[in-house]
Ligand binder design. Structure first.
Ligand code: ATP
Length: 333
């Protein structure tokens, strides 16, 4: 069976890592017809809009997308395409497995935790306006509906994957209404899942605990902005942003993308680590039912890490993006 998948290569290092990941996925034996679409600055230049309707139609039709990073201009310019896509397709759950890889120098080689991030609300939605010159307002919207939905997602996911404990990170001592509601919804849903331990931590303390004793966490449930920040923190615990994958999941479809951004500092050099996007691709293969291809790809990737000879610069190696991809493909032959 041939899968039709929307491919958004993105910009910065996006096209470089996406090209390698597409080659690896195809080498795994799975038949894919890619529908390639541009987003962000590239789309603005070509089609006059950052999120073309044709792209949204493609993802809606195919129900699955693999996406490279798309740059969001800082301080000015267009609003985030990443946020726009998640909103337009109602991809409300963002799943980020944080797992150390063999031989990658890092602080916590045994770490294995999962971040479940609410993907549609909170300050990350970017609802801001100027009240009067010199005064701006940023709206933190938290709803019972979205908070309950993401808490249920976290518990269902944990039950399915055999995870034992969920820690909800919040600042309900200060933001008593917004984070208070998020925490309340978590506790209500937790009562329906007595087999899974439900814990909560104030987010600043959770960050300190993550750095000092991350093994106490299993699944972390976070609202949108905390999820964004804590994901990068956790990437740092296991060796950096080049490694951590992500899945954005909704009722109508799923979009798989790395946690990292477009890394403009190394773009165009062909040296980026494609592992984060590759691991997102492996999650995608499992999502579309291609378990064997996913396992084959994952084993080949892990073998390359175990051998430790071919690795990219960010994790102490000298290989470029394509050489690393070639090594994984060679493992699958
Ligand atoms: P955004 O705000 O778009 O999420 P960010 O602030 O997370 O972006 P990144 O673009 O992810 O920033 O880059 C942060 C740092 O991590 C940069 O120094 C970048 O070179 C490095 N980095 C990110 N992704 C990779 C990768 N795949 N391979 C190697 N280095 C990477």
């Amino acid at each position: 069976m041939k899968h039709r998948i929307t491919l958004i290569p993105g910009d910065g290092i996006g096209p470089e890592i996406a090209a390698s990941v597409v080659r690896i996925i195809e080498a795994s034996g799975v038949a894919v017809e890619w529908e390639t679409h541009y987003a962000g600055a590239q789309a603005l230049e070509k089609f006059g809009e950052t999120l073309p309707q044709a792209l949204l139609d493609s993802v809606t039709r195919n129900k699955v997308a693999l996406k490279g990073p798309v740059t969001t201009p800082i301080g000015k310019g267009f609003t985030s395409v990443n946020v726009g896509l998640r909103k337009a397709l109602d991809l409300y759950a963002n799943l980020r497995p944080i797992r150390a890889l063999p031989n990658v120098p890092c602080r916590y080689p045994e770490l294995d935790l999962v971040i479940v991030r609410e993907n549609t609300e909170s300050l990350y939605a970017g609802l801001e306006h100027v009240v009067v010159p010199g005064v701006v307002e940023s709206l933190k919207i938290i709803t019972e509906k979205a908070s309950t939905r993401i808490a249920r997602f976290a518990f269902e996911y944990s039950q399915r994957e055999g995870r034992k404990k969920i820690t909800c990170g919040h600042k309900a001592n200060i933001m008593k209404l917004s984070d208070g509601l998020f925490l309340d919804c978590f506790r209500k849903v937790a009562a329906e899942y007595p087999d899974i331990e439900a814990d909560d931590k104030i987010i600043d303390n959770a960050c300190m605990q993550l750095v000092m004793r991350p093994e106490q966490f299993d699944v972390m449930l976070l609202e949108n902005l905390y999820g964004d920040i804590v994901s990068d923190l956790c990437a740092g615990l296991i060796g950096g942003l080049g490694l951590v994958p992500g899945a954005n999941i909704g009722e109508k479809g799923a979009m798989f993308e790395a946690v990292h951004g477009s890394a403009p500092d190394i773009a165009g050099q062909g040296i980026a680590n494609p592992t984060a996007l590759l691991q997102s691709g492996i999650l995608m293969l499992r999502h579309i039912g291609e378990r064997e291809a996913a396992d084959r790809t994952e084993s080949a990737m892990l073998q390359v890490f175990i051998d430790g000879k071919v690795r990219t610069k960010d994790i102490g190696g000298t290989a470029n993006t394509a050489e690393f991809a070639n090594e994984i493909i060679a493992q699958m032959k």
